[in-house]
Design a binder for this molecule. Structure first.
Ligand code: FAD
Ligand code: SF4
Ligand code: SF4
Length: 454
């Protein structure tokens, strides 16, 4: 019998999963990093700048993405999902489903010729760009994707939906590497691991649950994450904050859309919207200096290091913070109007706007209950995963050897996510080190020498 180094499985490769993977791999243990999307990165890869320091999100994230892609101890399993987890003694037997990309990743060079030639070019809504841009049926979600391997979207590719793409697939003709393979099937891979970190992140509430804000009816009304793509230098408008091709003159931000709201079933605070709204207001001031900017708020929760100072700075940039919850958005004389009660003045007000940005609530992943059942996690009443103890065991779960990190446990900003990821990695390392000792002991009993340092 040969001794193996015990491995960890991480489910979800947003900033939480990436950080935890790097910490465990750097300590010398193998990591399987499973991500359901074609690239690692999670929500952070969609962001423009990050509060409170205004670092460019991709400038700090991309090097870490590249590191997980290259690390000798990390096996990156993108476009994959864990489908079963069984505990046998101290080992978790995990089955991972590899979804077909219809592209041979060993042959694909990431040149993009296929996407340029695709018959569906410019016709498929880009989820990564939150619908602001369109892509081809064969795509990478964004240029810095890791791995930089193309994927055919089975829901929009003509070959896969209709069995025919004109006289022949243009992507296949364009691919000189012969990487496109419509015969690819899903595959299942079995893994044995000693520790699991769940880092599946969060979703955002559908703003249509607040119909009074007319999202989806007036194009001027958008969500915070759409604003991130609009403002991002690598986004569809190259960072130009425009609406219908024009710079907005009057911009309104509405916080707590769906959060702290008994009607939406989200009683909690989403924790990062106060700060990202301040960041958005700053970005508008920076890029549209003469804009009139109004922020409607219930409270301002600027609790983190440097946050209150950032909020103060934004207020001094002639951003009008008005206390009050808007009750309705309607159109009058061709313009969008936000109706609210200013609770400090005690009177109703109307603010005309060219752009309205909704800070929508962070909610548990739509399939959080399935993930919880898969791994055996408890869920807290808010639908996020329940930690074993909020103060004493904040990254442990009730299942020995299973930990969690990031927004799957509850909404949190990037600094808290990274701190939690490091804590989960350190707890998982404890399990891996103990398991390694056990395996060494078993090897000694079986008379097998440790040659790992030879
Ligand atoms: C508009 C907006 C602006 C923001 N701006 C800032 C900011 O400026 N500064 C800041 O500190 N924070 C900001 N945040 C918060 C930031 O997005 C989060 O702190 C961070 O993304 C949390 O990372 P995460 O890894 O926990 O989750 P995520 O980013 O959600 O990543 C989770 C990953 O897990 C994957 N996944 C999910 N389920 C599965 C599964 N079953 N199997 C495999 N993979 C799975 C997902 O595809 C995803 O890649 C902002 C948030 C929003 C909405
Ligand atoms: S043309 Fe072929 S090699 Fe180039 S990105 Fe497309 S699939 Fe990959
Ligand atoms: S088969 Fe046609 S639609 Fe599908 S990716 Fe290739 S060119 Fe695009």
């Amino acid at each position: 019998m040969e001794r193996h180094k015990p491995a960890a499985l991480i489910i979800g490769a947003g900033i939480a999963g990436i950080q935890a993977a790097l910490d465990i791999a750097d300590a010398g243990y193998p990591v399987y990093l499973v991500e359901r999307e074609p690239s690692v990165g999670g929500r952070m890869s969609q962001l423009d700048k990050t509060f409170p320091t205004l670092d460019c999100s991709s400038c700090i994230l991309t090097p870490k993405m590249v590191d997980v892609g290259r690390h000798p101890n990390i096996e990156l399993m993108t476009y994959c999902e864990a489908v079963s987890v069984e505990k046998e003694g101290d080992t978790f037997r995990v089955q991972v489903r590899k979804k077909p990309r219809y592209v041979d990743v060993d042959k694909c060079t990431g040149c993009g010729e296929c996407a340029a030639a695709c018959r569906m070019k410019g016709r498929v809504i880009s989820d990564f760009d939150e619908g602001i841009a369109k892509r081809s049926a064969i795509y990478v979600p964004f240029p810095q994707a890791v791995p930089l391997k193309f994927t055919i979207d089975p829901n929009s590719c003509l070959m896969l939906t209709r069995g025919k793409c004109g006289k022949g697939p243009l992507c296949q003709e364009a691919c000189t590497a012969d990487a496109i393979d419509f015969e690819q099937q899903e595959k299942f891979v079995d893994l044995d691991v000693a520790a699991i970190i769940v880092a599946t992140g969060y979703d955002l509430i559908d703003p249509r649950t607040k119909p009074e804000f007319a999202y989806g009816i007036y194009p001027e009304v958008m969500t915070g994450i759409e604003f991130e793509r609009l403002s991002s230098a690598s986004g569809p408008t190259m960072g130009d904050i425009t609406i219908d091709g024009k710079k907005p003159k009057d911009v309104v931000f509405i916080k707590c859309v769906g959060s702290r709201d008994s009607h939406t079933g989200v009683p909690y605070c989403s924790r990062f919207c106060c700060m990202y709204t301040a960041k958005h207001a700053h970005l508008v001031r920076d890029k549209v200096p003469d804009a009139n900017i109004t922020v409607f708020y219930m409270d301002v929760r600027a609790f983190g290091k440097g946050y209150e100072e950032f909020y103060d700075r934004v207020k001094q940039e002639q951003v009008m913070y008005r206390r009050g919850e808007p009750s309705e958005i309607y159109r009058r004389n061709g313009r969008v109007v936000v109706l609210a009660e200013d609770t400090l003045l005690g009177q109703p007000i109307e603010v005309e706007a060219d752009m309205v940005v909704l800070a929508t609530a962070a909610v548990p992943r739509a399939d959080a209950a399935e993930t919880a059942a898969l791994v055996g996690l408890e869920m807290s009443p808010d639908g996020f995963f329940q930690e074993a103890h909020p103060k004493l065991r904040p990254v442990d779960t009730e299942v020995d050897g299973v930990f969690m990190a990031g927004c799957c446990q509850g909404p949190k900003d990037i600094p808290d996510t990274v701190a939690q990821a490091k804590a989960a990695a350190s707890s998982a390392l404890g399990v891996l080190a103990r398991r390694e000792k056990q395996l060494e002991q078993m090897d000694r009993e079986d008379g097998i020498e440790d040659k790992s340092n030879d």
